[in-house]
Each structure stands twice: as structure tokens, then as C-alpha cells.
Design a binder for this molecule. Structure first.
Ligand SMILES: Cc1ncc(COP(=O)(O)O)c(C=O)c1O
Length: 390
């Protein structure tokens, strides 16, 4: 196909793409260049939580695009100020900074806790978790201890220590020399591994005991994905820093770092900055997105749908299914074998699902997904798995 050949010629080949060119989306549906319809259970990898081209978000983008798209951070802009207030109110943290992606949010969080430690005259490393994914820029990559991602890009940034996820004893051994801990409450790329509540509580306590800052990377699990605006609300364990991106503006690039007053106070004029971060267009899209998500997650709707989805998957009876896990609409089904063939077959049937960490089928549908769509997808998955069994 013309466009696929063009992409191979002109774009650096770092994405192994499926041979589908999408041209249109609405709600949970996508249409390709041949007008074939798909049901999306990936949402642009956890981005379009409010559904593709959500009316309210589109309206906000259009309105803002006609008024003011960009100025610079040398001046004040109203959507940015309103978004900062909204996120601070929702998160119960104290201040916000805006950037453009998840990696950049984590990169900023790393810098911010380092500056805080510097002012505290505290030295030490940042602890991250085995199997974590925090992004591809060098700081974020250094917190992402997967050889597959790090190989070929050394030297990495110094000052990181890795420990086993969900293992408080492992953290106890190294926390005394740390300045911060960065953790995904639910590891996404690592295979949808859910932190235990007791574990996260114990992490919080350890951080308090040793004056160590706790960063929750909610780039994937935040913004309503698990049925709460922030995953930390589910755990009732409040971090000192939250990083956000992906679904924050339902597809318009934006990232955010939310911090406590302590960290905010450690930062001086000129310590950090970005040209695009928090521009009026992205912030208006985010404000509209948050309003839509607040409505979607009301009355535990997302949590209930997530439970329904997980239960439907649990009824699949195949010896090669190792585990089904997740929280809200962030769900993983672990197979004994590489899941890419299953993903391909589902795509042929008009369903977009994903496989991460080789063997984990990952489902991150728009949060507006209907039970009937879940049923349809699971029925098709069952047939695909039955064929594989034979
Ligand atoms: C938990 C988490 N953190 C950070 C990132 C990096 O975000 P981005 O791709 O926007 O840089 C991702 C992306 O998948 C993620 O899942």
C-alpha cells in the first residue's frame, strides 16, 4: 500500500507497525483507509480514555485553536492556570508543572527531587522497580531497568538503584541511601502488575521514616483508568509527586508533574522549563478531558465495568492462560506463549488489542466501552484461543 511504503522509506524504522492506516475515530471505534471498522481495546495505549474525538474535547480544541494556540511560558495563559488549579485540587498536592509527554514528566520529576535533595543537603540514589517503564529519554530510561530498552544507549544517567516490585523487604535494604522512590502503582508496559495495597502503604511509611520522596508514575494508570482520577486514590496512599501524560488531554500531547510544597519550594526561577509545555491548546483540551472523565468514572462505573471485563476473561478456560489481573479498565491476560499472533488474529477480526512483555495481552479500552463491546471482544478472543488450542 502506498502509505505504508512511504512510511518505510521516510520514517526511521523504530516502530514495528501493523499494516493498517487509520483515518477516523469516534468513541470506541476506528476506521481504516478502506473504511473498515474496528473496536478499540487499546485507546492509543491508554490515551483516549474519553473515547476517540470526544465531542466536548473536540469543541474545546476548536474554540481554543481559534482564540490562541501558543504564546510561551514568558507570559501567563488562562487555561494553564486553570488546569494547574484543577489538578492540584483533584490530587491534593500543591503545585503543577506542564510538559509534553510521560518521559518528560518523569524526567522533570527526577530533576525536581534531585533539587529538593540538594537543598536538603541529602545525597543518594533514586530507587525504581524491576519491570518498570518510565520512558525513553535518558533519565527516564535510566529508571527503566530493562536490558531490551537500555542496551545500546549507555552510558545512562547515574544515581539509580533497582529493586523488586511488590517486595517491601527488598526496598528496606536500600532505602536508607535513597532520596526518592519512583513507582507505577500498576506497572503497564511491564505486564499489568498491580501493586498490593499493603505494599504501597509500607513503601509510604518507609519513605516517611527516611525522609525520602515518593513519586507515583501515573502516566498510564492515572486519569480514570482504574476508576479513580488517580490510582493513588484507590490505594489511599498519597505520594509526594505524581507524573501524568497519556490521557490527560485525550490525545493532545501534554504531561504534568504534580508536587508537594516542599519540592515546589526547592525550585528556583530558571531551574526547569519547556517551550510547548502547558500551552493554551493542550491545557484547554485537558480541562475538557478532565470534566468528561469525572463524569465517566462517577458511581464506580469504570470499576464495575472493569470487574465485569475481568470476570468474563476469567471464564475463558484454557490451560495456557497463566493469569488474569488488573484494576479498573487496565487489564492483563498472561499467556504461556508469545501473544503477538493472537493480537494479529484479533486485528483481522476488527479488534485492537495489545501484547506487552511478550506474553501479556493488555486491554486498555476507552473508559466509555460498553458491556456489549466487551462481550463481543471476549467471544472473538475465545474463538481465536480455541483455534490456537487445536
Ligand atoms: C508508566 C509510564 N510512564 C512513562 C511512559 C512514557 O510516556 P511517553 O511515551 O509519553 O513518553 C509510559 C508510556 O508508555 C508509561 O506507561
Amino acid at each position: 500500500m502506498e502509505y505504508i511504503e512511504m512510511e518505510k522509506k521516510y520514517h526511521i524504522q523504530v516502530y514495528k507497525r501493523f499494516p493498517v492506516v487509520f483515518v477516523r475515530g469516534k468513541g470506541t471505534r476506528l476506521w481504516d483507509i478502506d473504511n473498515r471498522e474496528y473496536i478499540d481495546f487499546l485507546a492509543g495505549i491508554g490515551v483516549v480514555n474519553a473515547g476517540h474525538c470526544n465531542d466536548k474535547v473536540v469543541e474545546a480544541i476548536k474554540k481554543q485553536a481559534e482564540e490562541l494556540i501558543h504564546i510561551s511560558n514568558l507570559f501567563y495563559n488562562i487555561p494553564q492556570i486553570e488546569l494547574a488549579k484543577k489538578l492540584v485540587d483533584l490530587s491534593e498536592l500543591d503545585k503543577a508543572f506542564f510538559c509534553n509527554s510521560g518521559a518528560e514528566a518523569n524526567e522533570g520529576a527526577i530533576k525536581f527531587v534531585r533539587k529538593w535533595a540538594y537543598k536538603e543537603k541529602k545525597e543518594g540514589y533514586i530507587i525504581s522497580m524491576e519491570n518498570a517503564f518510565h520512558g525513553r529519554t535518558l533519565g527516564a530510561l535510566s529508571a527503566t531497568p530493562k536490558p531490551k530498552f537500555q542496551e545500546g544507549f549507555k552510558p545512562l544517567v547515574e544515581g539509580f538503584k533497582y529493586v523488586k516490585f511488590n517486595d517491601i523487604e527488598a526496598l528496606k535494604e536500600v532505602i536508607s541511601k535513597a532520596i526518592a522512590v519512583i513507582i507505577e502503582p500498576i506497572q503497564g508496559e511491564g505486564g499489568v502488575h498491580v501493586a498490593n495495597r499493603e505494599y504501597l502503604r509500607a513503601v509510604r511509611d518507609l519513605c516517611d521514616d527516611y525522609n525520602v520522596k515518593l513519586i507515583f508514575d501515573e502516566v498510564q494508570c492515572g486519569m480514570g483508568r482504574v476508576g479513580e482520577m488517580f490510582a493513588y486514590k484507590h490505594y489511599k496512599v498519597k505520594p509526594d509527586v505524581i507524573t501524568l501524560a497519556k490521557a490527560l488531554a485525550n490525545g493532545v500531547p501534554i504531561g504534568a508533574i504534580l508536587v508537594d510544597e516542599d519540592i515546589a519550594k526547592a525550585l528556583d526561577y530558571g531551574d526547569h522549563g519547556t517551550t510547548f509545555g502547558g500551552n493554551p491548546l493542550a491545557c484547554s483540551a485537558a480541562l475538557a478531558t478532565i470534566e468528561v472523565i469525572e463524569d465517566i468514572i462517577k458511581d464506580n462505573k469504570v470499576k464495575k465495568k472493569g470487574e465485569y471485563f475481568k470476570n468474563r476473561l476469567k471464564k475463558l478456560n484454557f490451560d495456557f492462560i497463566r493469569d488474569i489481573r488488573g484494576l479498573g479498565l487496565m487489564i492483563g491476560l498472561e499467556l504461556e506463549f508469545n501473544g503477538s499472533e493472537i493480537v494479529n488474529e484479533m486485528l483481522n477480526r476488527g479488534f485492537i488489542i495489545n501484547c506487552t512483555s511478550d506474553k501479556v495481552l493488555r486491554f486498555l479500552p476507552p473508559l466509555i466501552v460498553e458491556k456489549e463491546e466487551i462481550d463481543l471482544m471476549v467471544d472473538n478472543l475465545k474463538e481465536v484461543l480455541e483455534r490456537r488450542e487445536k
